[in-house]
Unconditional design. Structure first.
Length: 113
């Protein structure tokens, strides 16, 4: 079970780094083309992109860990008592909501840039 969690954590961190790098290069490309546009301080937008990537990455890591533990417990409980499947799925859905909160925070951060 912990091998799967490590794989999920590794892929999530890799996706966060990739998002941060893409955002950095996207900003550099957009800054070179925006000659007449209002000047945006590069350091501020770089930190905004990095913080948005961290918010999504850590939110996804937290959701992955939560779903791993809650999902395993839910499956174990359903194997003993199949009629609690609906209640168990609610708890798994609540654990998945953590990733959505991280995504919302990232959208709010990027909306300010």
């Amino acid at each position: 079970m912990f091998k799967n969690v490590k794989i999920i954590l590794g892929l999530t961190m890799l996706a966060s780094v990739a998002l941060g790098v893409m955002a950095f290069f996207n900003h550099a490309w957009a800054a070179s083309e925006a000659v007449g546009a209002a000047a945006v301080v590069p350091a501020v937008s770089t930190w905004a992109f990095l913080s948005a990537a961290i918010a999504v990455g850590l939110g996804s890591i937290g959701a992955g860990v939560a779903v791993a533990f809650v999902g395993a417990s839910a499956v174990g409980a359903m194997s003993e008592k199949p009629e609690i499947a609906g209640k168990a799925l609610i708890y798994v859905g609540l654990a998945e909501g953590i990733a959505i909160y991280g995504l919302i925070i990232a959208i709010m951060i990027l909306g300010k840039v």
